[in-house]
Design a protein around this ligand. Structure first.
Ligand code: ATP
Length: 264
């Protein structure tokens, strides 16, 4: 079935990012359908994280436009992008390591908060009611990602795989409809990676999400992505289903290598 514009959660049109003389991303065009898991792959330095930084407002593209549910969000600051329903995680886990697991998730909830700091100063009931609601929601999210029993522990006391899940829980606390995961399997052992794949599918169902992920672990990418975009030196060299990507000669040459094909 053909997708209608309502099915498209995110669309980029000829998005280009230059840093001085370096073109990190060139004419990036993607259309991401609601409810799907998309992958962005390519060699180191290909421009993948730069794409994430443009979509989430950390960088303003030099050229081109980004549309979220039909709205032109090009150049919107990160907090605005987040409030609209786009959340992300980072390649290097960015948790508040001295804070508890629960507090880390509550921070995500605060980004959605309607009452402000002066409500708190004035001790307005609306402030305390909202704090309570954020706490309750954070505990529910921890339950959903299997970390409820660690709520009171320090974030940095968790094993690595659990820290990644916690970072995702914090992103979910901002109530996103679209989530970008930057190398979610990085540093994970095979068992954690296997669990992560199920986890990503579960949160998609449970929170009605659309997902774009960057990942170097091809088992994860080929196992859970419905469509894959391949970048090389900032240029999109291929796009398609896992099957199409795995047999694309340009992708094999630039990224996967003959060895991968023989072992696949
Ligand atoms: N703020 C910046 N200033 C200058 N150059 C940058 C900046 N951010 C990224 N680059 C450059 O843009 C290119 C693309 O980098 P990017 O981090 O997007 O690649 P990547 O595909 O995410 O790589 P990796 O897989 O290693 O994370 C690289 O050459 C990088 O050095």
């Amino acid at each position: 079935m053909m997708s209608t514009s309502q099915d498209i959660v995110l669309e980029t049109k000829n998005v280009t990012m230059r840093f001085g003389g370096l073109t990190a991303v060139s004419d990036f065009n993607i259309q991401i359908e609601k409810g799907k898991i998309y992958g962005l792959i390519g060699p180191n330095g290909a421009g993948k994280t730069t794409c994430f930084n443009m979509i989430t407002g950390f960088y303003t593209p030099t050229e081109g436009h980004i549309f979220y549910r039909g709205m032109d969000i090009t150049g919107f600051p990160p907090y605005k992008v987040c409030q609209l329903g786009i959340a992300r995680t980072f390649q290097n886990i960015r948790l508040f390591s001295n804070e508890t697991v629960l507090q880390n998730v509550m921070i995500g909830g605060h980004l959605r908060q309607k009452t402000t700091w002066w409500h708190a100063l004035l001790s307005l009931p609306s402030y305390f009611a909202e704090e309570k609601a954020i706490r309750h929601k954070a505990l529910e999210l921890l339950e959903a990602v299997g970390l409820r029993e660690y709520a009171a522990e320090r974030a940095d006391s968790l094993p690595y795989g659990a820290q990644r899940r916690l970072e995702i829980a914090r992103a979910l606390a901002t109530e996103p409809t679209f989530i970008l995961l930057d190398e979610p399997a990085a540093g994970m052992n095979p068992q954690e990676t296997q669990e992560l794949m199920g986890f990503i599918r579960d949160i998609r169902e449970q929170f009605d999400l659309t997902i774009l992920l960057i990942e170097h672990d091809m088992k994860v990418v080929m196992g859970i992505c419905e469509k894959i975009w391949v970048l090389d030196y900032g240029v999109t060299i291929a796009q398609g289903t896992p099957k199409e990507i795995q047999s694309n000669p340009k992708v094999i040459e630039a990224y996967l290598g003959e060895e991968y094909v023989q072992n696949a």
